[in-house]
Write a protein that binds this ligand. Sequence first.
Ligand code: SF4
Ligand code: SF4
Length: 382
Amino acid sequence: MNEAARYSLYPMHKLRRVDNPTVRIFADIEQVREDENGYNRAVRGDFGSVVQRERARFCSKYPLGAVLRGFGSKLAPLMEGEPAKQRAPIPASPGVMSEHIKRVGYFLRADMVGICRVPPYAVYGHDSHGREIDLKHKYAILVVIDQDYDTMHRSSGSDWISGSQSHLGYSFAAVTACMISDYIRRLGYPARAHYARDYQVLIPPLLLWAGIGEHCRMGDSVLNPFLGARFKAAAVTTDLPLEPDRPIDFGLQSFCDQCGRCAEECPSKAIPMGGKTIYNGREVWKLDEERCTRFRLTNQRGSSCGRCIKVCPWNKPHGPLHSAARFVARTAPALDGLMVKMDKVFYPEKKNPAPWWFDLEERDGALVVPRSSGAVWAEPGS
Ligand code: SF4
Ligand code: SF4
């Protein structure tokens, strides 16, 4: 076991490591543009005026989400900058520095940290403003933040807390990534953080190469065997010499083949029920990004959506019982179908514990109880 692994709650060092991500690649993968993703297209009005209007208030619609998102956007001064003129007297060994940087990540409260080389296709061709990107950093450090199991367990996945669960992960991953990038620059090496405010790299392929998870049916989401897809990640790219991790294989491709629960439960039917398709050189389950983006932005019964993440059988708390179930799922593909059935029996819907949050919605500058809310709580003095 490497030294840094001791500081993670999750035994990632016990997983099977492989040379390449488990997604099959058939041809060269082309660079994509960040300004063509669903959220940026919604801003431009590509999905119509209703989606465009709802996009403008998406982050401030729920007060806790507005707090988290506003906090994350204040980190820009730490994101990039010039490295110190003189390099610090630190070990030259990439292995030692990888251990050190992971240890820094855990010290700064990351839930997982992984390292990979940056493949050319993981760099966006153009940023969210349409400007050409010229990023040559060799390595990426991936910082993973859990979105909180207890909240996910109480939530439907598409209710008023749903947006805040995402903003929590994005914002705290951004804090840790920005601090790591600032630290590396102080050591005298170039580094840039990439997070929800301004990406120059695609996070999912980097997560695959850094051994954080496997590609899953939810599309370009990456699923981790201990967190499911209940996390957000940010990256730091750098030329500090590092030793990359290797991708993992925990049998997810066969499990997702048998399961399909995210597709059954997706309110917008954006997740495919059937097999994979070839898309941009890779064999993947292809999410209908427009359907998903439309639903998340215009959901009138909540602040966003992560229903697929909530219902996934891998979204379970850390502990001995679920560790045993995860071990069976990882090592006995013949039992995948049975595991899916057992999950439905032990985790039936409509049995969620009571929420701890209030249903609130910002309308015309004031917080009101949303029209769709089924929540009832005692008014002060009643
Ligand atoms: S986030 Fe919601 S709408 Fe989008 S794929 Fe997941 S369940 Fe479907
Ligand atoms: S819900 Fe099932 S099919 Fe969907 S990502 Fe999770 S394991 Fe795969």
